[in-house]
Design a protein around this ligand. Sequence first.
Ligand code: F6R
Length: 264
Amino acid sequence: MEVIIRPSADAASRLVASLIGDTLDRNPVAVLGLATGRTVVPVYNELARLHRDEGLDFSNCRTFNLDEYVGLSPDDPDSFRHTMDVRLFNRVNIKRENTHVPNGVAKDLDAECLAYEQRIRDFGGIDFQLLGIGDDGHIGFNEPLSALRSRTRVKAIAPDTLRQNSEAFSSPESMPRRGITMGVGTILDSRHCVLLATGEAKALILAKAVEGPITAMISATALQLHPKCQVIVDEAAASQLEGTDYYQWIFENEPEWEAYRNDE
Ligand code: F6R
């Protein structure tokens, strides 16, 4: 795991967007794993800008979103599918048939989960997985006690997450109580994963995720097992970490980061 601390949320988000852009430049048919939530909004804004101003090409890439609410149809304004259409897909030259979000209104939800896993395998697996972190340490909808080897399945949404996400609903009481989510094991199978956390509210859970013991109570701790996981944070989200000097030293000295160091 690497932790990269940037001076601001904007700089952290730009760095994440650059990593996605570089992935697509190197491999135009890359399979991207995508997240929703407030944290990643500036990443999608920057990707839309890179497409508009610098010709970043999405025409051959494929995407799989982490999760979807059970019971919300793709055109429901509160669904993650609709959110992705508005925040990213409609703003870049991606082909709709190459974008995948679990179907929250599938008649047979278990079959939908199995088919989603199979589709990821059919596309050769996820090259780059973007993640945020929930207030209870979830990634996707992998709520506390999610098995560290879990696959795509239906999960009950925990009370902390109901509180966190219901703010985004036009009528908070209508927020679904279950979601379809890639499993922790599905996420760990990605070749490269990047977790973005910004703002002071994430500082404590981020420190537990990065520096605490691995536990199913905090799904994000499983990322410590991932062979190539980068945690990109602003100074506020980094404020509870103990190893910041060491993390900064890596960023200043690893040749991999050279091209990214000057963007404040
Ligand atoms: C949503 C997802 C979630 C969010 C997390 C953080 O697709 O994967 O794990 O990343 O709940 O949400 P925000 O960014 O709104 O704090």
